[in-house]
Write a protein that binds this ligand. Structure first.
Ligand SMILES: [Mn+2]
Length: 290
């Protein structure tokens, strides 16, 4: 079925909007299977699958002001991408709006954080199978294998928690021993339960506002196999839904990266779209009861 190439229910103008959707079709740093550049439009397409009304919060997304900026242009290098994304995202924060960004590979996340007028005021919940903590990878400091490291440089190590991690190199472990970025591993979530794990993660973030960077590969490949570097023993979709619900009252912005539709039967894109909608309805619901 032909669907408009915007996020579902994104009917507001930029000026009216509280939430601003944007796509970054960039995947030049993917290290295994490329294709995340097709993520933004696939997530948008699948967003039309859902009812606008949310059963749990009672919020109808047609009544929430959402604007879709469309996709950024193409970028030749990761450095150009970072500069271009910062330029596109700065006006979104400056106007007091909450960005909801679809990638693209995870290299697209650091510039979304760096574009904030005061990155050091942000906590970052970095939900990912991988630590992404290399200083440089294959000669590229802006590789998707370096994204958490770049975000730590922008906001401070004490303001970042990685949730759902289960793939770490020895080099990253050694580096992080000195830097001290916190993590709650997927194995700890399995052992302690998602509620205690998310509480522990969010207690470590002392900032008023939290940015959520979701690499879809944090979720087990059984649920979200449409991604570039699938990693077994992951979180469940419900785990991540719960985490998003808990962080939503503090939401400063969110991205969902690494959806690679050509390895997907649609379930990964549908999940990404649904989790974006979850963040929006939970953020709206929390402000209602404030
Ligand atoms: Mn990852």
């Amino acid at each position: 079925m032909e669907r408009p190439n915007t996020f579902a229910d994104a009917r507001a103008t930029f000026e009216e909007a509280k939430f601003v959707v944007a796509g970054i079709p960039f995947d030049r740093t993917t290290s295994f299977r490329p294709g995340a550049r097709f993520g933004p439009d696939s997530i948008r397409q699948h967003s039309w699958n859902f009812e606008s009304y949310d059963l749990e919060t009672g919020i109808d997304l047609t009544e929430v002001p959402i604007h879709d900026l469309g996709n950024t242009g193409e970028f030749g290098s990761s450095a150009d991408m970072a500069a271009g994304v910062r330029e596109e995202m700065r006006p979104v924060y400056a106007a007091g709006k909450i960005p909801i960004v679809f990638g693209g590979d995870h290299a697209c996340s650091p510039p979304c954080v760096e574009a904030h007028p005061n990155p050091g005021s942000l906590g970052v919940l970095y939900i990912d199978a991988h630590l992404d903590f290399r200083s440089s990878y294959l000669g590229d400091t802006r590789s998707h294998a370096c994204s958490a490291r770049r975000i730590v440089e922008a906001v401070g190590a004490h303001n970042v928690v990685v949730l759902g991690v289960r793939s770490i190199s020895r080099e990253e472990t050694d580096d992080n021993r000195a830097i001290g970025m916190a993590s709650v591993t997927a194995h700890e979530v399995a052992r302690d339960g998602i509620e205690a794990s998310v509480q522990r993660a969010l207690n470590m973030l002392k900032t008023d506002r939290v940015y959520v960077s979701l690499d879809i590969d944090a979720i087990d490949p059984a649920y979200a196999g449409g991604t570039g570097t699938p990693e077994p023993f992951g979180l469940t979709p419900r785990d991540v839904k719960y985490a998003i619900g808990q962080v939503a009252p503090r939401l400063a912005g969110m991205d969902i990266m690494e959806v690679s539709p050509h390895y997907d039967h649609g379930n990964t894109s549908a999940l990404a779209a649904r989790l974006a909608r979850e963040a929006i309805v939970r953020a709206v619901a929390s402000q209602r009861v404030r």
